[in-house]
Design a protein around this ligand. Sequence first.
Ligand SMILES: [Zn+2]
Ligand SMILES: [Zn+2]
Length: 77
Amino acid sequence: MPKCPKCNKEVYFAERVTSLGKDWHRPCLKCEKCGKTLTSGGHAEHEGKPYCNHPCYSAMFGPKGFGRGGAESHTFK
Ligand SMILES: [Zn+2]
Ligand SMILES: [Zn+2]
């Protein structure tokens, strides 16, 4: 029986969702940052932890300046 990488409990078939090559409980597969529920294959990953693509992953790990350029230009008055 596979163990959920989030809560370390066994995952039964009926509640299993496979993503990142691991088996998760459906409610356990959610964004590490904002807690949004994620769907298999429809999210990003960093160091084995799931994140939503937007806004969390792109805000934290996206290319530098992506989504921030506007904020920076407002900083310098
Ligand atoms: Zn779990
Ligand atoms: Zn998120």
